[in-house]
Design a protein around this ligand. Sequence first.
Ligand SMILES: *Cc1c(COP(=O)(O)O)cnc(C)c1O
Length: 374
Amino acid sequence: MVSTLVPVPFLDLAEANAPHADELKVAAARVIDSGRYIMGDELEAFESEFAAWCGVRHAIGVGNGLDALTLILRAYIELGALDEGDEVIVPANTFIASFLAISANRLVPVPVEPDEVTFNLDPSRIEAAIGPRTRAIMAVHLYGRLADMPAIAAIARRHNLLLVEDAAQAHGAALDGRKAGSFGDAAGFSFYPGKNLGALGDAGAVVTDDDVLASTVLALRNYGSTEKYRHAQEGVNSRLDELQAAMLRVKLRHLDAANAARRRIAARYRAAIVHSSIQLPDAGDEATHVWHLFVVRSAQRDALREHLLAEGVGTLVHYPIPPHRQQAYRTLRHLALPITERLHAEVLSLPMAPYLDDERVARVVDACLRFGAP
Ligand SMILES: *Cc1c(COP(=O)(O)O)cnc(C)c1O
């Protein structure tokens, strides 16, 4: 285990779940004894609890976050709102899953450079990327910070584009009381174990206020069927199982406290890490950021990473290679995206988890402050 070697590992999922272990075990036992493991009461309860928490009409549990995004776009194709070859605007510096959801539907990802302060889609660059085949914008709330949804939604309205949110990193990020997932036509969430709301395995959800889209995704996730053995579409099998739904119901009850703990840790990092070679992330308005990741920048990123590891602090890079530089997207290789490429060379994610106590936060801070000291 990494955690025994590195005093402050980047993330320790066992420690993250330990405070809730008793509740999780009770919930798991309830599912085991129920004899119902797929599409039962736990899923229905989680879907309505999560929809209410996000402030939307519908939540539809699916197998993972990538499937959530893929099925939203697939549903729009089924409904005739999107067609093969249509273009979808997406931030160039996102996790590759945002791109994969687009291209898996034979839609075309059009990467747009981010704002360097927020790491999110730069609204002032979107309109230049809109062409005759543009039909949708996928906004990503990267690292837990809400994208500039009022500005992006205004552009989507003006150009009659669908607006999809990739909210996989932003459970609870909010503006004026509205939460991530409630701004677009639909949103995809991931409950991958390391996310702010993490299952104990893979899980995801689509949220939307659109009744027709919701019923289409509901069918698509289950073989294109809402009535047993009748299939309206060529659907897939991407369901959120009862065990994971039960785990997520427990974790959802602790999510507000967990996000508050992340904000306290981010505030301490931001107050204490004062170093000429380390650029701290902007916090925005407090509610807009749920600090899925605490991402600093440094021109000496790799040296900083090695230094922190030597000091017992684990870090990760989110992400080392942007999608357009991946072998999988070699057709996008020619694109000039200098901001994105600079960010990928400079970003470093410090340990960030609700369980981090003052002592370990101080250890991370001190290790950062010693960077470059003789
Ligand atoms: C995690 C993540 C996804 C994909 O979620 P999975 O559950 O791992 O499939 C999509 N987009 C972003 C931005 C993510 O961080």
